[in-house]
Design a protein around this ligand. Structure first.
Ligand SMILES: Nc1ncnc2c1ncn2[C@@H]1O[C@H](COP(=O)(O)OP(=O)(O)OP(=O)(O)O)[C@@H](O)[C@H]1O
Ligand SMILES: [Mg+2]
Length: 902
């Protein structure tokens, strides 16, 4: 160490404080990295690794990037998951004695970037902090690019699961863990696995309550945290305080755009497992993870980036409070009905830039003149927005209209001070409008007059000297000069002072020319400096208005989201859902929003849904492959979710009894994309639903038991369905190819059977995509396989295996022989409403089955006493009876049998 040059000594003393970051060390026009940092940097940035003498013949690896291009290099390092400490020269090298003073001015981490090239327009960039206090968790989240700062405390049963859900919903770019979690190997691994972001620990002191609460109080300038509602929330305080300290440490500036801390509860939002968000394809598709094809893609008609971010939040956080939902729906409805207003509103909003992030950059002092002009232009749109909203009725629109604060002084300031399209750089002048500063105008006039004088000089001197070829020119070394060719040297007047000799010309100056030159150059230099100072001054004034600007931006975002929802509703003919406090979900002619949008217009077959807690709590949906079961299931979940985010829904009519949680389990075959198609995953997802669902919840189970053998799967599916019916009592739709499950409707009053209708015509199966009551009578799996082109021999073999396997299934593969083996149509047969004859045959085996069961259970002698009743049972169309009807018949039969016994 002792032999190091003073500069390297300085480097090492700084590097020691930033061991977990790559240190970019400013040396003149470069940022240099040394040692191990240089090796990493040169690899990621693909730049040459050189070396620097360390003395005594030792060398140190080194690489560097030019200061003016640092942003793109920075972006690459951060994207690769590194923290980068930027170390600047903090004194003027020309006046410094000894080594120039250097300091780290900011540590850029994945969760604290504000550089536009590192950010996605329509998604937040979150930094989160989590701490654990006994069984409580505190979770704080900040987006430094927008100033959003929020915290929640999660406790009680299943708290840890909720924390994970919330973290996965936020999908942070960086997550801090308190020491107790950081030292917990399970937590640490889970965090790495589930969050796919930089997970780091942070100074133990910062997490202590006293320290954290001090950090919060001093940032917000308050004496107590009671005003935030945080007096009893130690875990929340610790998480939020640690997050703030981390920001102070790394950003090294006061983040004045973080103007408030909102305390929220995960309980006020519809809870969704991460699997549910994924299965419902809320923000990306299951396969391929693409935006296109997701619900967000469909709904995103927002015209501002801010609105896009807010819409994403709404999609991921449907509400539970009817009041809030209805307020949103009222606003959307008014915008739907008033197309001229909606159109004007959206046109006006489209002229507003990303004010939140502009304010973020202004606070960071990295906003350039163009950013300020963009902010100014955005502000100019506000008065017209206020006019557009002048006559609105919906309370939410009224409130947002009132929140539109036009900030007239700031609008004027920006409009009057900055030119229309300034350069991006603040150092070269050309930013400030004439008339804004008298001093600047004078300097500019002086410079211009000087230039005019010089422009006139050439003509004047030619006339005075009679030298026709005399020229006035400028170069960087000598400034302005008068040039005379060698041929005319004789005519040069005496007061010309020779300055430079060229091959066939001489250059001269005059005292007057130099005087003007000083005036011009001095004035220009001073003007540029003055413009810079004025710019900083303006930026400071804008910064002081950050809280008002952010509140305005919040109102604008919400208007944008409401306008977008209304626009989608109109374009796609959605209806306003009616929100109910009871358990009824009643959807008429519902459509799956995304599948509908992907199909040619009018092709989607709408379907009804009815669920409640008395007669239709558990719907069992059967039907062949490809018939539309999964689509139907997801449709129900999506319509519910859209309604609760305040959106209109794809249906003719919809009544939605609030849902507190949506659970989904989609068939193993349907989520190959995640690489987790194991039976275990399936079971653990079902377990979550069974243990955590309430009667208010909605459970969607698509093809349970696919991942295991038929009989296991069937047994499990039935046991699970029974449990949901008897114990959990959540509204549930269950799709299955175990048709035996349809029997549950006979014994369970709140079970209803549904089937996807199919039309058979000869060899063809035509999918009608229509849901009807009653169970389907067969699975058609083999038929679909045939459609897919499997060899006939395989199909025939499958058929015979099927017969061996399921000899006494209640819903036998009727007439399959004729259908598959001959391949010929023995008269078209139809399942569905208009297929009375088929129903009859389909129903008889089940009647037979019931007969067997009855015989076993009630020990009816095989004599003539019961034959009449048995015949009735045989003839009864059980599949198409409601459970109640069936039960009534059963009561009647039993009564008659008992009568006979007497
Ligand atoms: N209501 C509908 N109207 C029009 N087309 C539909 C409808 N429902 C589904 N489809 C079309 O049918 C295809 C298959 O639907 P879906 O995946 O829901 O069937 P499934 O019964 O779940 O099949 P599987 O048993 O193989 O999982 C969809 O991709 C869609 O194109
Ligand atoms: Mg399916």
């Amino acid at each position: 160490m002792d032999n190091l040059t003073p500069m390297l000594k300085q480097y090492y003393s700084i590097k020691q404080q930033y061991q977990d970051a790559l240190l970019l060390f400013r040396l003149g026009d470069f940022y240099e990295m040394f040692g191990a940092d240089a090796e990493i940097g040169s690899r990621i940035l693909d730049i040459a690794l050189t070396s620097r003498e360390m003395g005594k013949g030792k060398t140190l690896p080194m690489c560097g990037v030019p200061y003016h291009a640092v942003e793109s290099y920075l972006a690459a390092l951060v994207r690769a998951g590194y923290k980068v400490a930027i170390c600047e020269q903090v004194e003027d090298p020309r006046t410094a004695k000894g080594v120039v003073k250097r300091e780290v001015v900011r540590v850029v981490t994945p969760g604290t970037v504000i550089e536009p090239q590192l950010l996605e327009d329509k998604a937040n960039n979150y930094l989160t902090a989590v701490c654990r206090q006994q069984s409580h968790y505190g979770l704080a989240v900040v987006d430094v690019s927008t100033g959003y700062f929020a915290v929640t405390e999660i406790k009680g049963e299943g708290a840890e699961d909720k924390v994970w859900n919330e973290l996965e919903r936020l999908a942070p770019a960086e997550c801090l863990l308190d020491p107790s979690l950081d030292n917990d190997p399970i937590w640490k691994t889970e965090a790495d696995r589930r969050l796919n972001c930089a997970v780091s620990s942070y100074d133990e002191r910062a997490w202590r309550y006293a320290h954290a609460s001090d950090a919060l109080r001093s940032h917000f300038g308050v004496k107590s945290l009671a005003s935030f509602g945080l007096d009893d929330a130690a875990a929340a305080v610790r998480a939020a305080g640690a997050l703030l300290s981390y920001l102070n440490d790394t950003q090294r500036r006061i983040l004045s755009h973080i103007t408030s801390l909102s305390v929220y509860s995960v309980e006020s939002y519809m809870l969704m497992e991460t699997a549910t968000r994924r299965n419902l394809e809320l923000t990306e598709t299951l396969r391929g993870g693409e935006h296109k094809g997701s619900l967000l893609w469909l709904l995103d008609e927002t015209v501002t980036a801010m609105g896009g971010r807010l819409l994403r939040q709404w999609v991921l956080q449907p509400r539970l409070d009817k009041g809030e939902i209805v307020e949103r729906l009222d606003a959307v409805e008014e915008l739907v009905k008033n197309t001229p207003m909606r159109t004007r509103l959206r046109e006006q909003l489209a002229r507003v830039y990303d004010m939140e992030r502009l304010v973020g950059r202004i606070t960071y002092g990295s906003a350039n003149p163009r950013d300020l002009v963009a902010l100014g232009k955005s502000l100019q749109q506000i008065p017209e927005l206020i006019r557009i909203l002048a006559g609105v009725e919906a309370p939410r629109l009224k409130e947002l209209g009132r929140r539109l604060d036009p900030l007239p002084e700031l609008t004027d300031l920006l409009q009057q001070s900055l030119v229309e399209s300034p350069p991006a750089s603040v150092r070269d002048g050309g930013l400030i409008r004439p008339g804004y500063s008298q001093e600047l105008d004078q300097l500019r006039t002086a410079a211009r007059e000087g230039k005019d004088w010089i422009a006139a000089l050439e003509a004047n001197e030619r006339e005075r000297t009679g030298i026709k070829s005399l020229k006035v020119g400028f170069n960087k070394v000598f400034g302005y000069y008068i040039e005379v060719t060698k041929a005319n040297l004789a005519s040069v007047p005496e007061y010309y002072q020779r300055k430079q000799t060229l091959a066939n010309a001489e250059r001269y100056i005059t005292p007057e020319l130099k005087e003007k030159e000083n005036l011009i150059l001095g004035a220009e230099e001073r003007a540029i400096q003055l413009e810079y100072d004025l710019f900083l001054e303006i930026r400071e004034q804008v910064k002081a208005a950050a809280p008002r600007l952010l509140s305005l931006a919040g109102a604008v975002s919400q208007l944008d989201v409401l306008g977008a929802l209304a626009e989608v509703a109109v374009r796609r003919r959605y209806c306003r859902p009616q929100i109910r406090e009871d358990m009824v979900i009643d959807i008429r002619a519902g459509r799956h929003p995304v599948v509908e949008a992907m199909l040619p217009q009018g092709q989607f077959v709408p379907n009804d849904v009815y669920l409640d807690d008395e007669t239709a709590q558990l719907l069992i949906l059967t039907g062949p492959n490809m018939a539309g079961k999964s689509t139907y299931l997801r449709m129900v979940a999506l319509i519910t979710l859209m309604a609760q985010m305040g959106s209109f829904v794809p249906a003719d009519e919809a009544q939605i009894g609030l849902v507190d949680r949506i659970f989904t389990r989609v068939g193993a075959a349907d989520d190959l994309g995640t690489g987790q198609s194991t039976f275990m995953v399936e079971m653990s997802e079902v377990n979550t639903a069974l243990s955590q669902a309430t009667p208010r919840s909605l459970i969607i189970i698509d093809e349970l038991g696919r991942g295991t053998s038929t009989y296991d799967g069937m047994a499990l599916a039935q046991a699970i369905a029974e449990h949901i019916h008897d114990v959990t009592r959540a509204r549930t739709i269950f799709s299955t190819h175990y048709h035996e499950l349809a029997r549950l409707a006979l014994t369970r009053p709140r079970v209803k059977n549904l089937r996807m209708e199919v039309l058979e015509s000869g060899k063809e199966v035509i999918f009608l995509y229509k849901v009807a009551e009653g169970a389907a009578d067969r699975s058609y799996g083999i038929h679909v396989a045939r459609l897919a082109g499997l060899p006939k021999s395989v199909l025939e073999r499958a058929k015979s295996v099927l017969q061996d396997l399921e000899p006494e299934q209640p819903y036998q593969q009727l007439r399959l022989d004729a259908f598959f083996l001959t391949g010929a149509s023995k008269g078209d047969s139809i399942t569905g409403d208009n297929a009375g004859a088929v129903k009859q045959t389909a129903a008889s085996p089940s009647a037979w089955q019931v007969q067997q069961e009855l015989a076993a259970a009630s020990d009816i002698p095989e004599d003539s006493r019961g034959t009449e009743i048995l015949r009735e049972i045989e003839a009864a169309d059980l599949v198409h009876m409601t459970p109640f009807e069936a039960l009534n018949r059963l009561v009647e039969w039993q009564a008659r049998l008992r009568n006979k016994e007497k």
